[in-house]
Design a binder for this molecule. Sequence first.
Ligand code: NAP
Length: 308
Amino acid sequence: MEEVIIIGTGCAGWAAAIYTGRANLAPLVLAGEQPGGQLTTTTEVENYPGFPEGVMGPELMMKMQEQATKFGARVEYKMVSAVEPAGEGFKVRCGDEVLEAKTVIVATGAAPRHLGLEGEEKLIGHGLTSCATCDGAFYRDVPVAVIGGGDSACEEASFLTRFASKVYLVHRRDELRASKIMADRVLANDKIELVWDTGITAYLTDDEGEMRAVATENFKTGEAGEIELKCVFVAIGHTPNAKFLDGLVDTDDGGYIVQQPAGTPRTNVPGLFAAGDVADHVYRQAITAAGDGCRAALEAERYLAERE
Ligand code: NAP
């Protein structure tokens, strides 16, 4: 039986692995579909302390992995389908395979949300994406749109101006939610056109099934419109990756794991801890996720020590 299984390899997972590794707990880290978490789809991270010149997201994650394995963390590339309490610990199911652990740290992060329009799934990779870093370079000298008004939308819109001939930023309100510095960057960029108070009502495709335009509606005037473009980048927030824990841990209305008592990584299940974006709909930063991973590791250590 493992002392600790850490599910997820974003900032929270790696920080938990570094701390439990240094505590000689030889953590087993399970990396799922997107090893390295959301930072692997980011370009430059300018606000992670210790990197005054900034650091590329994927590079930061590689360094965290290197640091964790140096202290004895083992990584397996498995998707967890369920976690169940069993005796003194937990059964962690990865399809047909069952692993056992005394403690579990859930650090599975959150996944980008989509609008829920018809044909969406088929369009992913054919002019619909939620990752400008991954796909922006495919859309050189053509018009594209970003949906949303938060920091992600602004960051993606600014980034896409390197490639696209024009970037429409389509937002459902007349004011950006993004931080002032990000919003100002967007508002000052000639290549970005703000489309306020507007929603996308349909994705329109060409004969080959590739995105060719979006149908829009202005929420204030009711006016319908169309924007011709080659790709839509959706940046409307995230859904926590906690479905596999349904019925076991308490979650809030948005599906985020409820840390209890608040401000600790503990959950309603003793021995099961939650860290990072899967339990945080407020801060959602690399540094807060890493801090949370550290706290989860310290809690797991204490929990194990008390049992012994
Ligand atoms: P967010 O702040 O929740 O913003 C989501 C945006 O999408 C909002 O403008 C929202 O509109 C819009 N939206 C939500 N559902 C929608 C729908 N169904 N249809 C149309 N629009 C919809 O999410 P985020 O931008 O991903 O940011 C998440 C967190 O990460 C934030 O704390 C942010 O500060 C942080 N972040 C930081 C950086 C950075 O510092 N470099 C970069 C990216 C993200 P409303 O405004 O009307 O609600």
